[in-house]
Design a protein around this ligand. Structure first.
Ligand SMILES: *Cc1c(COP(=O)(O)O)cnc(C)c1O
Length: 399
């Protein structure tokens, strides 16, 4: 670039320096090899407590085989959007399987969970007469979806059912054309579960519909990992279920499961669906192979929960505060950004990777390490991790 051309972009150097000063500059860690329960990260072999590879499917032999076979049959990519000529038989097959898995009439796959949430908010909340009602701790993709929606939006304090009812009872909500309540099924920072029965009762009473984002619940909670509506026995009442294919399913993508008319409407209106190309067949085959395993072999989910319980119990016995976690996502509360970072860095030296989460991702005083165990961790992996947590926790005066 010429100096004059580069000069016009020099504001970026200042921006990056600002991020660095505020401790918000992200340096990418690099995996040497696959995402595994014990991974090589930045050249060091560590117990990996930070990925969403809940069921260790990223390296499952049957899943890898299916992805390779799909390349031979369908090629490496589609070179088209779904609505033009980017829909292959394998894409339709996956959507039928996802609908069956979630217990709904139909399903539709998007490029990512992020794109799915944006698509749903934008397509369904299409008028200023609509109202989107959202839990304050919902995922960033729901927040961005709400920004792209034409509707008004109301945010209620985390899981506060009195506040949700007050919103629903307000003249603004009563006068709205459509009311959509959106909640994460499992909240990604605290690992707590949405009170879906109460939300659904309020929704029914005030004639709202519910969209539950089960990114962290799919493959984890409910029958065969079908998610929070299944966990609470609400499958027939929850209107819209979102899932990702990027976490427990170990591929990439997101989907919505619901009525046939919801699918038909989105196929013709959802902008991320209409204007972004479809998944490579190997991705789709990965998902199908994972569904085969989920529906036939409950041992993976069983081991995940046994591991989560063992690890959580161990942390509590050491005297750590694990917040309000009810799932394999287990925070270890620290209460200070610098200390959380130091905790994470020292654990890494001791052979454990657990991510530090500071302000503003979580509130002031709520800074923490966030851990996720997988079904693939051995008892030795988890006990080695607990030993490191004990050593560093004492060092930093946390226990
Ligand atoms: C990870 C996540 C997403 C985004 O899913 P991707 O498939 O990674 O884009 C959406 N919602 C929630 C709650 C998530 O945790």
């Amino acid at each position: 670039m010429t100096p004059a051309a580069a000069g016009l972009m020099s504001f970026l150097d200042e921006e990056v320096a600002g991020l660095e000063r505020e401790g918000r500059k992200i340096t990418l860690r690099v995996l040497d090899g696959a995402q595994e329960p014990v991974s090589v990260i930045d050249g060091k072999r560590v117990v990996n407590l930070t990925s969403n590879n809940y069921l260790a499917f990223t390296t499952h032999p049957k899943v890898k085989e299916a992805a390779k076979a799909a390349i031979d049959r369908w090629g490496v990519g589609t070179s088209a959007v779904r609505s033009i000529i980017g829909t292959m038989g394998i894409h339709s097959e996956l959507e039928e399987r996802l609908a069956r898995f979630k217990g709904t009439e139909a399903a539709l796959v998007f490029q990512s969970g992020f794109a799915t949430n944006v698509a749903l908010c934008q397509s369904l909340m299409s008028s200023d007469k609509d109202l989107l009602i959202s839990d304050e701790l919902n995922h960033a993709s729901i927040i961005d979806g709400a920004r792209l929606a034409k509707s008004a939006r109301k945010v209620y304090p985390h899981k506060d059912m009195k506040a949700l009812e007050a919103v629903l009872a307000s003249p603004e909500a009563r006068g709205a054309r459509r009311r959509m309540i959106v909640t994460d099924g499992v909240f990604s920072m605290d690992g707590d579960i949405a009170p879906l029965p109460e939300i659904q009762d309020l929704a029914d009473r005030y004639e709202a519909f519910v969209m539950v984002d089960d990114a962290h619940a799919s493959g984890v909670l409910g029958k065969n990992g079908a998610g929070t509506p299944s966990h609470f026995g609400l499958t027939a009442r929850t209107q819209i279920q979102i899932g990702t294919l990027s976490k427990a399913v170990a591929a990439i993508g997101g989907y919505v499961a619901g009525s046939r008319s919801l699918r038909d409407y989105l196929v013709s209106t959802a902008r991320p669906f209409l204007f972004s190309s479809s998944h490579p067949p190997s991705v789709t085959a990965t998902c199908l192979a994972v569904l085969d395993i989920l529906e036939s072999d409950p041992s993976h989910i069983k081991r995940l929960w046994a591991n989560a319980e063992h690890f959580k119990k161990g942390l509590k016995a050491l005297g750590f505060d694990t917040g309000r976690s009810e799932t394999p996502i287990t925070p270890v509360m620290v209460g200070d950004t610098e200390k959380a970072k130091r905790f994470s860095a020292r654990l890494f030296e001791e052979g454990v990777f657990a991510l530090a989460i500071g302000f503003p991702t979580v509130g002031k005083g709520k800074e923490r390490l966030r851990t996720i165990v997988s079904s693939g961790h051995t008892a030795q992996d988890l006990d080695a991790a607990l030993k490191a947590f004990a050593k560093v926790g004492r060092e930093l005066g946390l226990i």
